[in-house]
Design a protein around this ligand. Structure first.
Ligand SMILES: Cc1cc2nc3c(=O)[nH]c(=O)nc-3n(C[C@H](O)[C@H](O)[C@H](O)COP(=O)(O)O)c2cc1C
Length: 154
């Protein structure tokens, strides 16, 4: 069974809620899914997962949530080659923060690309100004993402 790791960075639980809501969609498509709340670089380089989905909100002024900072530090310090990593990215933010809207998700996307990883599809940016329940935006996006990436296991 193929494996999907969902790596979460959250302050108030919204990104974790998104991860929990989309998990069954991947399971229905034949994936074994693990939600990782304190991610480390091992979760994307150990080779036990075929695919990763990041659910990451933004805090401060375009900053990563505290639980996600160690992952980013490790990535910057260890600078592993991520050429086999395929990932999707759901960024949570609030456009009332202006220029730093979804700053953490955008910075993460850039960091992963810098290390050779391949993003599948477009990044989803969920704006708290427009979407009260983040999973209302995430669930249909993931449904389409699964079909687009042909993740279904026959
Ligand atoms: C103190 C604070 C700072 C924030 N800073 C930003 C920001 O710079 N950019 C942004 O897009 N959203 C920002 N947000 C909005 C959150 O990213 C948004 O509410 C998100 O849905 C929270 O997700 P979470 O529940 O997973 O932490 C901030 C929220 C708070 C409370």
């Amino acid at each position: 069974m193929p494996k999907l790791n969902i790596l979460v960075g959250t302050m108030y639980g919204g990104a974790l809620d998104v991860a929990e809501q989309v998990k069954p969609l991947f399971e229905q498509a034949g994936y074994a899914v693990e939600i990782i709340e304190q991610p480390s670089v091992d979760d994307i380089v150990s080779g036990d997962a075929d695919l990763a989905l990041f659910c990451v909100s933004t805090t401060g002024s375009g900053d990563f949530p505290g639980s996600f900072v160690p992952f980013v530090r490790q990535l910057r310090d260890q600078s592993p080659a991520l050429t086999t990593l395929r990932y999707g990215l759901i960024a949570l933010g609030d456009s009332s923060y202006g220029d730093t809207f979804c700053g953490a998700g955008r910075a993460l996307d850039e960091l992963l690309a810098d290390h050779g990883a391949t993003r599948l599809g477009e990044r989803l940016e969920i704006d708290a100004m427009e979407t009260f329940m983040a999973d209302d935006a995430a669930v249909p996006w993931v449904e389409e993402w699964i079909v687009a990436q042909q993740l279904e296991v026959a």
